[in-house]
Design a protein. Structure first.
Lengths: 180, 269
């Protein structure tokens, strides 16, 4: 699994082999973002930790992409259902706000899947998060024809995490998963 | 709601002069002030849903509204934890009265036309950016985390609203006229931003709000220069929002916002 950003401290060696963090992660990898179903929540980088609490409780720590992201409730529910399906009963989902989610946590695999899906993946460097006026505009690559000859239509798109672009070569409008 | 009040009263009765209790109340009030301000602006912007001048900008404004709502929820949830008892984010948002709301007067002002909505958002975003930049350094970990989470969103709002202020101010004769009118309508509510309430102290906030005034003016002046708009001379400034003395508009906003919970208490979906 290509998943770097999650800080792992692999303590519970006494646990059953199926109850390691890696095993839990591979279970919840099947949970997808309800708005962008090609991305798993691991691709998105919103799962921050898996904790086996002393009382036998399994705690999953997730972080929202945006403060008001309406998908968080659905994602929490899906994680819970997925774990119940695999026999876990005592489950707790907690939200962590800090460190704040960033598109840097999105996996390479996730970026590729986004592009195939027709959404331009976030540029590796944050350029847009800048209050300076008339700052450099990002060069965004069209996910259809790979042209960089594109224009920003709106900084806000169909969900909080996307901006709206249009390719000036193939003329296709497309979503850009904006840097955050 | 009643239960929340009882909790507060009980605390006060238990140890009336305790400075810890006073500080606790001030801290809760400060967080509620931050929560109420973002909630009310969110509600105002959401009124544009389906009415924006073009689809993309309708979506932009409702996205901003959603960000603000998320920020408000984070603050309400934290306030509810501090208050304890039966307080939840919902009781705090849906069951407090107009006099208990501590939002800035600026954010409750009517949407007016697109220009007035843009200018209100711009004034607020500049302010919010400066305030949250300070809050990120708060010794209170949760406050710092909420600010850290929010500031990326605020940066987007600031950029978007700045560009619109310039486009409209330096646009057509009509758009310039409307921006001047919006400025006249909103300017008197900007003074309150930097006049501290009793709960806005170094102890609760970690910084002095009055000290941000100059930076706010600098940023607003920079954008206004591009927008060919002139900063008004400092005239009469209306205050009161931070302490619950509101303009007539807030009551109407709350009637709509709280209607469901007032009519069908405890309703969920």
């Amino acid at each position: 699994m290509n998943y770097e950003p999650l800080p792992m401290n692999n303590e519970p060696s006494t646990m059953n082999i199926s109850n390691t963090k890696e095993a839990i992660l591979s279970l919840i990898e099947e949970v997808c973002d309800p708005e962008i179903p090609v991305l798993s929540i691991l691709d998105l980088g919103i799962v921050r930790d898996v904790v086996f609490n002393d009382d036998g409780q399994l705690e999953i720590v997730i972080t929202p992409t945006y403060s008001g992201c309406p998908a968080m409730d659905a994602i929490s529910m899906d994680i819970r259902l997925k774990l119940i399906e695999h026999g876990f009963k005592n489950i707790k989902i907690t939200y962590a706000l800090s460190p704040a989610w960033t598109t840097d946590w999105m996996s390479e695999h996730g970026r590729e899947k986004l592009k195939t899906y027709g959404i331009a993946p976030p540029n590796p460097k944050q350029i847009v998060c800048d209050t300076e006026l008339f700052g450099r505009d990002e060069a965004i690559q069209c996910p259809q024809c790979n042209s960089y000859h594109t224009r920003l239509v709106s900084q806000f798109g169909s969900t909080a995490c996307k901006a709206l672009y249009q390719c000036l070569d193939c003329q296709e409008p497309f979503d850009y998963f904006k840097c955050h | 709601m009643e239960e929340i009040d009882i909790t507060i009263n009980k605390n006060t009765i238990d140890s009336p002069g305790s400075s810890d209790n006073i500080l606790k109340r001030l801290k809760e009030d400060y967080i509620l002030h931050l929560a109420d301000t973002t909630l009310i602006l969110s509600q105002r912007n959401a009124e544009w849903c389906g009415h924006g001048p073009i689809l993309e900008q309708d979506i932009a404004l409702t996205n901003i509204s959603l960000d603000l709502l998320g920020q408000a929820r984070n603050f309400y949830q934290y306030a509810a934890v501090l208050k304890g008892g039966s307080a939840t984010e919902d009781t705090l948002a849906y069951l407090r009265t107009e006099r208990e709301f501590k939002n800035l007067l600026l954010v409750e002002q009517p949407n007016g036309d697109w220009g007035q909505t843009i200018l209100r958002q711009f004034f607020f975003s500049v302010y919010q950016y400066l305030v949250y930049t300070q809050l990120q350094k708060s010794a209170d970990i949760q406050m710092a985390a909420i600010a850290e989470k929010s500031i990326k969103e605020v940066t987007y709002h600031l950029k978007w609203s700045s560009e619109w202020v310039i486009r409209l101010g330096d646009g057509t004769e009509e758009s310039n006229k409307r921006m001047k009118q919006a400025l006249e309508n909103l300017w008197m509510y900007t003074g309150e931003l930097f006049m501290p309430a009793d709960y806005e102290t170094l102890e609760t906030a970690g910084f002095e709000i009055a000290l941000l005034k100059e930076k706010w003016f600098a940023k607003v002046s920079e954008i206004f220069a591009e927008a060919t708009l002139i900063l008004p001379a400092n005239g009469y400034m209306q205050t009161g929002g931070k302490t619950g003395i509101h303009t007539e508009h807030l009551g109407y906003i709350l009637v709509e916002l709280q209607y469901l919970q007032r009519t069908y208490p405890g309703a969920e979906w």
